[in-house]
Design a protein. Structure first.
Length: 363
């Protein structure tokens, strides 16, 4: 709460009603959670009586940073109450993420104890493995809005404008209680010794480092990249927590599959042998890939009025997933190998039983 009080004072001294209202609401919420309902209600009543709440909320929207060239907003704000993330994390990633969330929750106590910890986290790994979902999850668990800046979209042909856009983003995130999430971080934070980069781009990186260093202790910064090898070493050092978000292990992948089946009829979900087959066949698929595959199956189930996901259909979707042109003979053998009956193979592929038998009888 100490941080909230200090930010309220800063807002008052700078005539920043938006900051005063934002942090006052956060302070009231924390007091309510700790049982001091009388003081919390008193703060809320003062805000409401001031007539500033609606204008402060409107200011928060109107004052989003704008790109100098395009005049478009360069961040997206996701309110914490709009975030509902179902996420499956491996034990190691889950441990790091939850430790970071605890640091956010206990930031006031850490500051009081003289423990100066930068609340910064770098998420890196292959596309589709859940980096953005983790950012949303941290926002939800911390009860703070997520301010998303996709850096690949703000790199201007006029590199001086890019540095100004970055300063605007950091200034905005420092003015309200939030989590700043820099996506596609490698678009800007490339190594400064890259001989192919212009001197101006190297100056942008230096500016970025200064922006990170000048963040107040109350600020929370997340960044994500698919290409950690491109990041400047000095950028790496700015992050207290570094989390490699890789492909899910077998147990995590099974949980992801089970999560995808919730709300739909699914007879095979209770059959361990079939669930193991699907889990093994999806070993090279990212969480995003698995979600996309099941979403297509769900669409078909709803359109056909069954709201049921069939084991055979999942096998077909997995076979077709990589988009390779493979023969019908391969398709038949694949379905048969994983337990689909000849009659169902015939129906699924729209071919005769004789064709199915002929293929399966071949050595």
């Amino acid at each position: 709460m100490t941080t909230d009080i200090l930010r309220i004072i800063e807002g008052g001294l700078n005539n920043d009603a938006r900051k005063v209202i934002s942090y006052s609401n956060r302070l009231a919420q924390r007091l309510m959670e700790e049982g001091d309902k009388q003081l919390a209600q008193s703060i809320i009543a003062r805000i409401q009586n001031s007539g500033s709440q609606s204008s402060a909320t409107a200011d928060a929207i109107r004052m989003l940073p704008i790109d100098i060239d395009s005049k478009l907003q360069i961040v997206e704000v996701i309110p914490e109450d709009k975030t509902r993330t179902n996420i499956v994390l491996s034990d190691n990633v889950g441990k790091q993420v939850h430790e970071f969330i605890e640091i956010i929750k206990y930031s006031d106590e850490l500051i009081k104890a003289g423990v100066d910890i930068k609340k910064t986290m770098l998420l890196y790994g292959s596309p589709g493995c859940g980096k953005t979902s983790i950012a949303h999850y941290i926002s939800e668990q911390s009860k703070l809005p997520l301010v998303i800046a996709r850096l690949d979209g703000i790199v201007s042909s006029l590199l001086g404008s890019t540095a100004k856009n970055l300063r605007k983003i950091f200034s905005y995130a420092s003015s309200i209680p939030c989590i700043l999430f820099l996506d596609e971080f490698d678009a800007i934070a490339k190594a400064r010794d890259d001989s192919h980069e212009l001197g101006e781009l190297k100056r942008i990186i230096n500016s970025l480092l200064q922006d990170i260093d000048s963040m107040p202790s109350s600020c929370i910064l997340l960044a994500a990249t698919n290409h950690p090898e491109l990041l400047d070493k000095a950028v790496w050092r700015r992050f207290m927590t570094k989390v490699e978000v890789g492909m899910p292990d077998g147990l995590s992948r099974l949980k992801i599959i089970q999560e995808q089946l919730v709300g739909f009829k699914c007879q095979f979900s209770e059959e361990d042998s079939k669930m193991k087959i699907l889990n093994d066949l999806m070993a090279k698929m990212s969480p995003s890939d698995i979600s996309t595959l099941f979403n297509k199956l769900k669409v078909n189930a709803i359109i056909h009025g069954t709201k049921e996901i069939i084991y055979d259909d999942v096998l077909v979707a997995i076979f077709e997933y990589d988009g390779k042109n493979r023969s019908s003979e391969e398709f038949i053998r694949y379905l048969s190998k994983y337990g689909v009956s000849q009659i169902n193979i015939s129906k699924t592929l729209g071919i005769s039983m004789r064709q199915v038998r002929n293929v399966l009888s071949e050595k």
